[in-house]
Design a protein around this ligand. Sequence first.
Ligand SMILES: Cc1cc2nc3c(=O)[nH]c(=O)nc-3n(C[C@H](O)[C@H](O)[C@H](O)COP(=O)(O)O)c2cc1C
Length: 190
Amino acid sequence: MKVIAFLGSPRKDGNTELLLNEAIKGIKVFGSVVQVFNLNLMKISPCQDCGGCDETGRCIVEDEMSQIYNAIKTADRIILASPIFFFGLSAQAKIMIDRCQAFWCEKYLLKKPIPSGEYGRKGLLLLVGGMEKEAGIKCSEATAKAFFRTISVPEHKTLSFLGFNTKSAILRHPSALKDAYEAGRNLVKI
Ligand SMILES: Cc1cc2nc3c(=O)[nH]c(=O)nc-3n(C[C@H](O)[C@H](O)[C@H](O)COP(=O)(O)O)c2cc1C
């Protein structure tokens, strides 16, 4: 089973990365390998709304997003992990998502959704916010849902934590790491 993960936090060893690493440990129990894309380290331009993908479903911008297009097409499980920034997903995550407009064209204009493969396609959304404001989860969830639907991932689970601001503060949560581990495990369990 092919699993890919998008890390949307720029903070090394931050709360999002800690949660993602635990989810990956849970996934590895079943022997699956996880390919992680650390979006903050990648050279990905924002969507230019140039219409270049309208008729082909292929983005004409050549940058490191091309690795991601191929990975998304062939993955069975997809994890999106992001901190909540200004009540939404991080810019790093959002830039990658906007570039998935090429998949939107392929699916809705050309009527060619990504095939579901042997195991079906499932997703996991991991979110961490520093404030105790549910709006951050709601807004991030809405964008993530549109992302998953566009890349033909019909179902996903969400694990979210609020009130964790400082680096590694999530370690103080009584069950967050275990919850992430279980979420990873359940993601690949058949
Ligand atoms: C630019 C920026 C904007 C933020 N906006 C929000 C917000 O709207 N809501 C919230 O709950 N936390 C917000 N935070 C706090 C982060 O979500 C929080 O610190 C989180 O733990 C960061 O995760 P990380 O350690 O994985 O980077 C913001 C932090 C930054 C740097």
